[in-house]
Each structure stands twice: as C-alpha cells, then as structure tokens.
Design a protein around this ligand. Structure first.
Ligand SMILES: CC(C)(COP(=O)(O)OP(=O)(O)OC[C@H]1O[C@@H](n2cnc3c(N)ncnc32)[C@H](O)[C@@H]1OP(=O)(O)O)[C@@H](O)C(=O)NCCC(=O)NCCS
Length: 214
C-alpha cells in the first residue's frame, strides 16, 4: 500500500508528538528532542523544525500525528586541512556558511516508505530556494550518525576527509548547493527569476493553526 504524506510544515501546538517511535535506542535522543524541545526552540528561533504527517482528511484524527521531522539551524563548515572538492577550489575562504540539518528522523514504524526522501527533498529545497538566494549560504551540512552516512551519500553529501572528522562519532558531511544547481539548472522552477531566486511568500510554507480547546 502506498502511503502519502503532507508536505513538511512548521511544528505547531496542534501536532501530536507522543506516538513517534525511535526504534533503536541510539535514536531515543531524536524522539526526546521532538517531544520535549522542538516546539520551544522553534518558537525561540533557535532550531526550526518541520514535521511530516499523513495526508488524510481534515477531520481524521491521524492528520496531526507526526511521523517524521527535520530540524535546521545555521552553521559553518571549515575545510582547513581537508581536500576541497572541485566546485569549492579557488575560493578565498576555508570556512563556508551552511544550513545545518541538526536532526532528522522518521518514525521506526514508517521507515522505507519514502518519507526520508520527502524530508531530504524538503531540506535541499529549503536551502537552495528559500535561504541561499537571500542569505549567504553555500552548503547544506549534517553531523551524520554512522547508520545514516550511506543515506546522505545517496543525496550527494560528502565527508570532510580530515582524520579527526573521519574518526568522529558523528562526522560532518556537506552538500554544495551551488554545484547541485549548476548540474540541474534546467530544474529551476518557473517562478524563479533566472538566477535561482524564487519569490517565496510566507503562504508557501503552510502553517497549521492550533486546534481549538474543547
Ligand atoms: C535515515 C532515515 C531518516 C531514512 O528514512 P526512510 O523514510 O526510511 O527513508 P526512505 O524510505 O525515504 O528512503 C529513501 C532512499 O534511501 C535509502 N535508505 C534509507 N535508509 C538508508 C540508510 N540508512 N542507508 C542507506 N540508504 C538508505 C532507501 O533504500 C531509499 O532508496 P531508493 O530511493 O533507492 O528506494 C530513517 O531510517 C531514520 O529516521 N533513521 C533513524 C534516525 C537517523 O539515523 N537519522 C539521521 C540522523 S543524522
């Protein structure tokens, strides 16, 4: 059976967070972050979290049940002593501004149904279309858990190749937004201005209103 998900939406009071399951104990901090901290940090503009729910009718109780999420914060990647990929060679700087995927999780009961891809496509769209054109931001980055390294590689993320990073528990991986755009110029949306700047209105990121108290 194919499962449909709503586009990721900013976390809000109406979202039901308690049933998400982390599966392996190693991912428990990701579940606890969602339940205990994500909404507060989102409202305080410290970490922004976008949640995915099933695409069901408005009055279906499953509608606000969160089955996956991705969180972002600002970051910087330092390439000192690392091999620079071709696309970044010739730049004057060793540190580059980045959007960081600070957390990403799909409920263990709903893995392997394409939701991880939905969240990654959303992260890449967010970085390329809504942030990079307006704020200096060259990379999308993540401190990857060992279990997810191959997952990020599928999306073109590369590892900073310093010994310290390669031996770290959560090595830094990065994705060059500009190279991705050069490879895929034809895929620029019609609403962009030809330089990849898309006019984004607030309405394009849906905000769920809190459900009324009963
Ligand atoms: C990693 C994770 C987000 C993937 O979510 P998912 O919903 O299972 O992924 P999808 O079903 O969308 O898979 C998309 C593709 O990635 C592949 N994939 C999924 N998990 C993978 C993994 N761990 N390693 C390599 N490939 C993986 C799938 O086979 C699929 O490939 P396809 O497009 O060729 O079919 C999910 O397994 C998860 O939440 N893991 C625990 C938390 C975690 O590790 N988070 C990352 C922290 S840095």
């Amino acid at each position: 059976m194919s499962v449909e998900f709503l586009d990721p939406a900013p976390i809000a009071g109406c979202h039901k967070l308690k049933n998400i399951s982390s599966g392996d104990k190693a991912f428990l901090p990701l579940k606890n972050f969602l339940k205990q901290e994500a909404l507060y940090l989102h409202d305080e503009d410290i970490t922004k979290t976008y949640v995915a729910c099933f695409n069901v009718a408005d009055d279906d109780p499953q509608r606000h049940k969160v089955v996956g999420y991705v969180s972002f914060t600002n970051s910087e990647v330092c390439f000192k002593e690392a091999t620079l990929p071709e696309g970044l060679q010739g730049l004057k700087y060793q540190s580059l501004p980045a959007l960081k995927i600070s957390r990403l999780m799909v409920c263990s009961k709903h893995r392997d149904k394409g939701l991880g891809r939905v969240l990654m496509d959303f992260a890449i769209w967010m970085a390329i279309e809504t942030i990079r054109p307006w704020v200096g931001c060259r990379l999308l980055t993540v401190d990857s858990k060992p279990e997810a390294i191959e997952f990020y590689k599928r999306y073109g993320f590369e590892m900073i190749d310093t010994p310290d990073n390669l031996n770290s528990d959560c090595p830094v991986m990065y994705f060059d937004l500009r190279s991705a755009m050069e490879e895929d110029d034809a895929a620029l949306p019609e609403s962009s201005d030809g330089e990849g700047r898309k006019v984004v209105s607030k309405e394009q990121i849906p905000v769920e209103e809190p459900a009324p108290d009963h």
